[in-house]
Ligand binder design. Structure first.
Ligand code: NAD
Length: 498
């Protein structure tokens, strides 16, 4: 990593990666070159895998699962490998953060914080491996004893998006490994480097060959083939709701593989007049600007009590104007680059649509020209009505829409007026309001007087069209198991034939 004072530089030449199958590196026939969205220079080259490469990866994962080289170990032995992974990640933290920033465009300081969270995921996964257990029924009468065993589901396909390439990976991999499963991972084609670095780390930590395989390539070819593969027992997909839908069809048309789906969101942040408005404005600015709003859990719909709406929007607009948008490799940057050209166009199109729909633009609303890369100012629209496209569609960018309410019932109705149900946040000093909203708004993750807080102990996942299943923590491990009921007769059988 080249560095000038407190400021990292992009690499002079892109780093090259093969793909990882059966504990070995392989070269791709073709390569994909990734330009950093913050600088426009080549930073990595990764393989464009073929369907044959995918098949080899599934064969490898299947073999590693069936011979029990991983699932046959004790939870303690699996946990020990996961703890070694955490230790190696600690040593390689800055390097992994650097490549995450280069490929994704997120600020380097944020990327380092994310790697710390990933280390914690492996530590929690290590504990979960040891604690995984089934159940027993001592209530079936003196002649029968019942046990419920948890068994790993088998070969897992894991498809991840580009917004948190390493974090989303690490909110899944330790828990899949804790359960005893093996896997084939397909990262987003624009952010594959850190998923490949994890292969090196897992191998060094002593993970047996064939347990973690990575194939790289486009979603339409390799991703789709993984969803359709008849020898994959479960697929964990994180990405858009549209592709999530195609995973459901692919599972139905192939082998009914179990699905875990973490999809889109249009998450409400509800601010009551009795909240600490300074805190709530800071939370709202963070909730929409963090990771340039390219978070599935970004709070993109502000629902604010009408009596304080004008005051709150003014406060928020002032705060948003002070956010430091800049080069992701600058330590001081709070908001970096938009990750893909396509996403940049989508966000700017939605800003234009918001203006055309008649919403008032009170902060941001334009691209920022830094002479290189692609940047968008954190944007606030007020006077938004619930039927506008900017209020309904997941924009996946730093664009916040403000709507107002008079009663708690209206706030709940507005919050639930979406096909999504991923996350929500409520700000009030009144415990009755906080708990009523928390109970009645349909979302898988809830924050009260805070936003995007949490650790890998807590489950992640969505209601409604935001997905199926839960990841992380003990709930996350259980997702990758299936239960088997075992009935044991005690003593002499009472005979059927007299
Ligand atoms: P995407 O759905 O386009 O791609 C996600 C992954 O799926 C990538 O690896 C991609 O290569 C692959 N893919 C694309 N087409 C595929 C197909 N037909 N079959 C199989 N795989 C395919 O999403 P994205 O643009 O990378 O990410 C943005 C979206 O992800 C947003 O909608 C966001 O809300 C969602 N997301 C959700 C969560 C969550 O936890 N719920 C987290 C992050 C992102």
């Amino acid at each position: 990593m080249d560095q000038v004072k407190n400021y990292l530089l992009p690499p002079k030449a892109p780093r090259e990666y093969g793909f990882f199958v059966d504990g070995r590196w392989h070269e791709g026939r073709d390569q994909f070159e990734r330009l950093s969205p913050g600088h426009g220079v080549p930073v990595t080259r990764t393989a464009k895998c073929t369907p044959e490469d995918l098949n080899a990866a599934v064969v490898s994962a299947r073999r590693a699962f069936e011979d029990r080289r991983w699932s046959g170990l004790s939870g303690a032995a699996r946990g020990a490998v996961l703890l070694r992974v955490a230790e190696i990640l600690r040593q390689r933290r800055d390097e992994i953060a650097y490549f995450e920033t280069l490929e994704n465009g997120k600020p380097i300081a944020q990327a380092r914080g994310e790697i710390d969270h990933c280390i914690a995921c492996f530590e929690v996964g290590a504990g979960a491996a040891r604690l995984l257990h089934g159940d027993s029924y001592n209530s079936l009468g003196d002649g029968l004893f019942g046990m419920v065993l948890r068994e790993p589901i088998g070969v897992v396909g894991l498809i991840t998006p580009w917004n948190f390439p390493f974090l989303i990976l690490c909110e899944r991999v330790p828990f899949i490994l804790a359960s005893g499963c093996t896997m084939v991972v397909k990262p987003s084609e624009v952010t594959s480097a850190t998923t490949l670095i994890l292969a090196e780390v897992l191998a060094e930590a002593g993970l047996p060959d064939g347990v973690y395989n990575v194939i790289t390539g486009s979603g339409r070819t390799i991703g789709q083939a993984l969803t359709e593969h008849p020898d994959v027992d479960m697929l964990s997909f994180t990405g858009s709701t549209a592709v999530g839908r195609s995973c459901v069809h692919a599972a139905a048309d192939s082998n009914f593989k179990k699905l875990g789906l973490e999809l889109g969101g249009k998450n409400p942040i509800i601010v009551f007049a009795d909240s600490d408005l300074e805190d709530a404005a800071d939370g709202a600015a963070f909730g929409i600007s963090f990771n340039t709003g390219q978070c599935c859990v970004s709070s993109s719909r502000l629902i604010v009590e009408r009596s304080v709406a004008a005051e709150f929007e003014k406060l928020l607009a002032e705060k948003m104007a002070r956010i430091r948008v800049g080069d992701p490799l600058d330590e001081a940057t709070q908001v970096g680059a938009i990750t893909t050209d396509q996403q940049n166009t989508t966000i700017l199109d939605y800003i234009a649509k918001g203006k055309a729909e008649g919403a008032q633009l009170v902060a941001g609303g334009q691209a920022i020209d830094l002479g290189k890369g692609q940047y968008i100012a954190p944007t606030l629209f007020t006077g938004v009505s619930p039927d506008m496209a900017i209020a309904r569609d997941e924009i996946f960018g730093p664009v916040l829409c403000s709507m107002s309410f008079d009663t708690i019932e209206q706030a709940i109705e507005l919050a639930n007026d979406t096909v999504y149900g991923l996350a929500a946040s409520v700000w009030t000093k009144n415990i009755d309001k906080a708990l009523t909203v928390t109970r009645r708004v349909r979302a898988g993750r809830f924050w009260v007087n805070t936003i995007m807080a949490g650790g890998p102990e807590m489950p992640l996942g969505g209601f409604k069209q935001s997905g199926w299943g839960r990841e992380a923590g003990t709930y996350g491990v259980e997702e990758y198991t299936q239960v088997k009921s075992v009935h044991v007769e005690i003593g002499k059988r009472s005979h059927w034939i007299a």
